[in-house]
Design a binder for this molecule. Structure first.
Ligand SMILES: [Zn+2]
Length: 420
């Protein structure tokens, strides 16, 4: 079928809206837009206006998600299903203007192009702007997408933010309806799929000079706390050969973990926190705790990497005569993207004359929640210097236009598997 054109007007709007939306922020550098705040409500107003101008019918659900519908061709019958396309409006503190926002604005641009071409599809296109993905305010992420997938536990409504405000109170104050959370959920039977374009947040596409990439899956991530116990002592009187220094042991352990990760494709490991006790200039460290954030494409590779790291850490402990133990304290599920969605996105990328570069995501995304109700697919867009979650985050307009063309082709060529 003839591709739907992306007009100059739609392109200009797509680029300019990133600036306009970024102005809705708490004061300070970058963009800070959190769940159920006045900034959230202002963002809804602005996005709703753009959606309605594009010809969508809009609603805000009980969890503060904004949904705009580009209704199916009436010829498709009254039982048309929906494709969900979008991302999240919320940010980390002092984040960038593309993370999340770009996925929503690209989706709106696609509908504008369809509208300009007078095209209705055999299914509804539901542009979703999730109320919370980052989890910045309440320390639990994917609030919006979990509500839409029907997998948000009621218990989180009682979580409090840093100021002691319970989530359900913040939501009620914002005009949402925590008591009707269940009404947010899409039924799997009415949902054909979820597709999202997101800034890569890493350097791979830039290094390979590609505007977009195809996401194969989202990493499994776990965090561990290692505790190293040595023997504290006087920095002046204990000879070097007799020391059981917990910090020098921990340093060797950190390097050992790095070594294991470097030997394995697609495994990433980070030690980001270290606490030294007693932490005095003139005392040999007696105890150290350090964290390990470990991510891999799937469970087997994650467990194998952890096992190798623990073996390496224990070897260091024996050599340096210290004790070490570890415990897991956080776990994030990963997921694979749906095969058919991946194939359809790959065809759309190729149709734009581009190679299909497959990437897996080391960061979590809304697709993690949506996969419970629908096949999911994701596109990554090149990001300058791999910088994200920072005011310097940047995507080139030309790359966003390429992403919009890919998504438009994907939508225009998407064939619902069955028609009810
Ligand atoms: Zn994001």
């Amino acid at each position: 079928m003839r591709p739907v054109e992306l007009s100059e007007r739609v392109i200009r709007a797509l680029v300019g809206r990133h600036e306009e939306l970024a102005r809705i922020s708490e004061p300070g550098p970058g963009v800070t837009r959190l769940f159920a705040t006045s900034e959230h409500l202002q963002a809804i107003e602005l996005l709703r206006d753009w959606m309605q101008t594009a010809g969508m019918t809009t609603r805000v659900d009980a969890a503060g998600n904004l949904v705009g519908r580009w209704a199916a061709d009436p010829a498709a019958g009254g039982n048309a299903k929906a494709i969900l396309i979008g991302s999240h409006h919320d940010t980390v503190r002092q984040g960038g203007r593309y993370d999340g926002a770009m996925g929503v604005l690209l989706a709106i641009a696609c509908v504008e192009a369809l509208a300009a071409a007078g095209r209705r599809l055999d299914f509804h296109v539901d542009v979703v702007c999730f109320s919370d993905e980052e989890g910045t305010r309440y320390g639990t992420s994917l609030i919006g997408s979990r509500a839409i997938a029907g997998v948000l536990e009621e218990a989180v409504l009682d979580w409090k933010d840093a100021g002691g405000v319970r989530m359900r109170d913040a939501m009620s104050r914002a005009g949402f309806a925590p008591e009707r959370l269940a009404t947010c959920a899409y039924r799997p039977a009415e949902t054909l799929g979820y597709v999202e374009a997101h800034i890569e947040q890493g350097p791979v596409l830039e290094q390979e000079n590609l505007p977009v990439g195809l996401v194969t899956g989202i990493a499994v991530g776990s965090r561990y706390r290692f505790t190293v116990e040595g023997v504290p002592g006087h920095a002046g009187t204990v000879p070097m050969a007799q020391r059981r220094d917990a910090l020098t042991a921990a340093a060797a352990m950190v390097l050992a973990c790095e070594h294991v990760a470097r030997e394995r494709a697609e495994v990433v490991a980070t030690v980001g926190r270290l606490e030294v006790s007693p932490g005095a200039t003139n005392v040999i460290p007696g105890a150290v705790t350090f964290t390990l954030d470990l991510r891999a494409p799937d469970e087997p590779r994650q467990s194998a990497a952890l096992e190798a790291m623990v073996i390496a850490v224990e070897r260091v402990a024996r050599e340096r005569m210290v004790a070490v133990r570890h415990e897991a304290y956080y776990r994030a599920d990963g997921c694979e993207m749906d095969t058919a969605m991946r194939a359809a996105l790959a065809r759309a990328i190729e149709a734009e004359g581009l190679p299909v570069r497959e990437l897996f995501s080391g960061a979590g995304h809304d697709a993690l929640a949506l996969r419970h109700i629908a096949p999911v697919g994701m596109l990554f867009v090149r990001c300058r210097d791999g910088i994200s979650h920072h005011p310097d985050e940047h995507a080139e307009p030309a790359d966003m236009v390429t992403a919009a063309r890919v998504l438009l082709r994907f939508l225009a060529d998407f064939a619902p598997p069955t028609r009810a």
